[in-house]
Design a protein around this ligand. Sequence first.
Ligand SMILES: [Zn+2]
Ligand SMILES: [Zn+2]
Length: 129
Amino acid sequence: MKEYAREFYQSAAWKRARQQAIKNANGLCERCIRTGIYRAGAIVHHRIHITPKNINNPYITLDVNNLEYVCEDCHNKEHSTKQHKRYGFDQNGNLTPPAPATPPGTGKFSGKKRTGGERSKKRYGGAHI
Ligand SMILES: [Zn+2]
Ligand SMILES: [Zn+2]
């Protein structure tokens, strides 16, 4: 929790708004349920994120329409995608992943030696008579 928001999150008004949001969502994550998954929510999220500038604006901090009850996964997604991107784009507009997924191919072709089967040629002994 951010320091500037500490007081807000302890206020009775917030606790009331929070309870209302949970009630509206029936205690389930509002995002998961849209994909058909019934999952208990964990965090009341502000659709418009709280900042030091709007922390005193009840139309943002306490309006149920700005609240969303979500599970921890959905909440993490919401905040991680907007704040620190892990993927970037290079000059050509190609997606650049943060790190290579797997190390370059490790030698599959080492080791095995071909053991050519013993060639036992029948000797055609004996001359034709
Ligand atoms: Zn969820
Ligand atoms: Zn949030």
